[in-house]
Design a protein around this ligand. Structure first.
Ligand SMILES: O=C[C@H](O)[C@H](O)[C@H](O)COP(=O)(O)O
Length: 279
């Protein structure tokens, strides 16, 4: 039987999903991105509730996400079938942890690579989560950064992560009958790499000597994401940072991976919104 805390968490996810859809889903949209995880199921339910438009096509971020779209009776379209030049009106997704600058950790469910592709293709990326994910710094409650890695490179990537200061980067195992490492939708492995809590841009900017990272052994979010991505064998890193879609659009580009808003369902039934100033 589900405990009352577990029931509260599900209610929180649902409340956040309903608010996010109310605020950001346009029933006249052509293309909408749908992320992965447990919270996105409530987003799809809320979209289904609100939309009678059979022409919207939903872009999944992997196998599970596509199943959720199909089960709801909505129409999926593969990311690589999107007509050239088309962008997504909005993409919704879950998050494992979100800081005060809307940087996110994602990949707790092993789906970060396609999630990042879809987020970057959207005018607006919107995240939905429960109150446990709302922290001022990344790696406060969430223990490690998920990193998608080519199986052949797993040991060299682990060594490179240790050199960057990760204490014990581990290859994530499958939890089902088949033993051995978990495989992603790309047939890659996931390494979960713990680091000390990450510094926001504001932390880095406010360091008097400009050398906060070296003194504290802590990395800035963007610096660490860049260093990990540069390791040969890394397909993608589960830190979503940099600019958001609206900031990219303002300079005539696409490619923001940070959400414009994150909706957190709280334990008291309310919904807290952390939004970018340009949202
Ligand atoms: O790999 C999984 C994704 O990044 C999920 O969106 C993330 O882990 C949040 O999942 P949930 O909604 O189940 O907390």
């Amino acid at each position: 039987m589900a405990t009352s805390a577990a029931v509260d968490i599900e209610a929180a996810k649902k409340a956040a999903a309903e608010r996010a859809v109310q605020d950001h889903f346009d029933p006249n949209a052509k293309y909408v991105g749908i992320g992965s995880g447990t919270t996105i199921i409530y987003v799809v339910d809320a979209i289904k509730e609100k939309s009678t438009n059979p022409h919207i096509q939903f872009v999944p971020t992997g196998y599970q996400s596509r199943q959720v779209i199909v089960a709801a009776g909505l129409t999926p379209i593969a990311f690589d079938s999107l007509p050239s030049g088309e962008v997504l009106e909005v993409a919704f997704d879950g998050a494992d942890e979100v800081d005060d600058e809307l940087n996110c950790i994602k990949g707790g469910g092993a789906c970060l690579f396609q999630e990042k592709l879809v987020a970057e293709k959207a005018k607006k990326f919107v995240c939905v989560a429960d109150y446990r994910k709302d922290q001022s710094r990344l790696l406060t409650q969430w223990a490690s950064i998920p990193i998608e890695v080519a199986p052949i490179a797993v040991h060299t990537v682990q060594s490179a992560l240790v050199a960057l200061g990760s204490s014990t980067p581990v290859v994530r195992n499958g939890i089902l009958a088949k033993s051995g490492p978990l495989k992603t939708d790309q047939d890659f492995f996931i390494i979960d790499a713990p680091f000390k809590p990450l510094l926001t841009r504001a932390d880095v900017a406010s360091a008097a000597d400009g050398d906060l990272g070296a003194r504290t052994g802590k990395w800035g979010v963007e610096d660490l994401a860049e260093r990990i991505k540069a390791i040969t064998g890394v397909l993608e890193v589960g830190i979503f940072c940099g600019r958001n879609g609206l900031e990219a659009e303002a300079v005539g580009e696409h490619g923001g991976q940070k959400p414009v808003a994150v909706y957190f369902g709280m334990s008291d039934g309310t919904v807290k919104v952390k939004a970018a100033t340009n949202a």
